[in-house]
Design a protein around this ligand. Structure first.
Ligand code: AP5
Ligand code: MG
Length: 215
């Protein structure tokens, strides 16, 4: 059983690492960003509400996120454990998650915190491409798909996210520093924080994470 949270600034590689960690531990990868983007695409009531916040690089209100997370955690695959990517993102979300887990009588195993400096993040995000169908992440220089514009995994269209423009990215950093960075202290107090300096490519970072988790 493995129950993990993956913290880190926009573009840190949360999505990239989540795919590998979820496979390693055979647990579902739950990205609130991916779930929101799927809702925006399908124009659901949640998607319609969330779109403006996401396009501006702001956070979607906590109440909407908590409804989404509660529904997702109730699905049977979460009995095997889970890996949250991009959730929680505010102290109220972390407190609400603690209450849900306490009610269920379960505990987190580790909170992985990926650290990368801002210049590197900006390069990663403006070069990022994503599969519209399965969400697999790519980078035009560091991790291009084998065939340009086509996902290696599912053959879907590889595109640039609407919130990956330089201006929105800068706002996402600001929002991260103000609202999400305090979670580092929050989880450090629980003794479950696993800091990872993102040195090297995706595979090097993955190996560093597994070394720490298995230590
Ligand atoms: P979300 O989708 O979570 O975006 P984010 O946190 O800004 O993070 P990203 O997905 O941009 O980056 P990542 O860390 O996954 O990096 P990736 O692996 O792609 O959220 C989007 C929006 O949804 C938010 O702004 C908000 O509005 C809303 N939202 C979501 N969750 C919410 C919540 N809980 N509460 C409220 N609102 C919420 O990697 C980036 C690039 O770098 C890729 O191109 C990749 O190939 C490359 N790369 C990765 N690792 C490496 C490496 N080691 N070396 C070189 N390149 C690398
Ligand atoms: Mg992501």
């Amino acid at each position: 059983m493995a129950r993990f949270i993956l913290l880190g600034p926009p573009g840190a590689g949360k999505g990239t690492q989540s795919v590998m960690i979820a496979e390693q531990y055979n647990i579902p990868h739950i990205s609130t960003g991916d779930i929101l983007r799927a809702n925006v695409k399908a124009e659901t009531p949640l998607g319609v509400l969330a779109k403006g916040y996401m396009d501006r690089g702001e956070l979607v209100p906590d109440s909407l996120i908590m409804d989404l997370v509660k529904d997702r955690l109730a699905e049977p695959d979460c009995e095997k454990g889970f890996l949250f990517d991009g959730f929680p993102r505010t102290v109220p979300q972390a407190e609400a998650l603690d209450a849900i887990l306490a009610d269920a009588g379960i505990e987190l195993d580790a909170v992985i915190d990926i650290r990368v400096d801002e210049d590197e993040l900006l390069k990663r995000m403006t070069g990022r491409r994503v599969c519209r169908q399965c969400g697999a992440p790519y980078h035009i220089v560091n991790m291009p798909p084998k065939k340009e514009g086509v996902c290696d995994l599912c053959g879907g269209e590889v595109y640039q996210r609407a919130d990956d423009t330089e201006e929105t990215v800068k706002n996402r950093f600001k929002v991260y520093n103000e609202q999400t960075l305090p979670l580092t202290d929050y989880y450090a107090r629980t003794g479950k924080l696993v800091p990872i300096e993102s040195a090297g490519g995706p595979k090097d970072v993955f190996e560093a994470i597994i070394r720490e988790l298995e230590a």
